[in-house]
Design a protein around this ligand. Sequence first.
Ligand code: SAH
Ligand code: MG
Length: 204
Amino acid sequence: MDQEFLIRKMEKYADEKGIPIMEKEGMQFLTEFIRLNKIKNILEIGSAIGYSAINMALVDESVNVTSIERDKDRYIKAVKNVKDLKLDSRITLILSDALNFNTDEKYDLIFIDAAKSQYIKFFEKFSSNLKEKGYIITDNINFHGLVSSDKSQMSRNLKGLVTKIEKYITFLKENKDFKTRFFEVGDGVAISRRKKSYDGKKNT
Ligand code: SAH
Ligand code: MG
């Protein structure tokens, strides 16, 4: 089966099962970023069925992705999709809660696309796995347009989630070690990079 066909099949499956894979526009933005910045080594938090991991790996044969997923059924589906696309030598899937997963590996890019309520924890935990000049990219910063919108009509649960993302945005804006840019693409993407003063040439 050809690549395009398998990818369309994944999109259809995600749509039918309500699995929140990256929006097309956001996916294109991310793969273009990987291409332009010659990113080779990626850690993804939240594989779902492997859609974004596969798209990132397809940017170039030298790209390697490690991706963590806590839901067993989705993980199994991801393993199958990665095999079908013959990418198992370049995509490593891990069944675990990301907050319980530890590694000493350093990555060029950490892509956060998992539980919104844990974004700050993911950022703090995995920033030590980032190469000096690496990037942390976070998806769903706009949360379907709900961020910064009127919360009075929202359910308690939804309001809680939206508040968490707003807190994450504030956390990024006020972060002393990272500079973050926000992009209105897909469901909202943030790109964070260590500030210059932390790449060895410390200024006072
Ligand atoms: N990146 C995927 C979509 C991920 S959807 C793509 O675009 O194709 C978010 C996924 O994160 C869900 O499958 C959910 O089970 C997983 N997830 C949420 N919290 C997690 C955690 N703490 N550790 C690991 N996976 C988590
Ligand atoms: Mg997402």
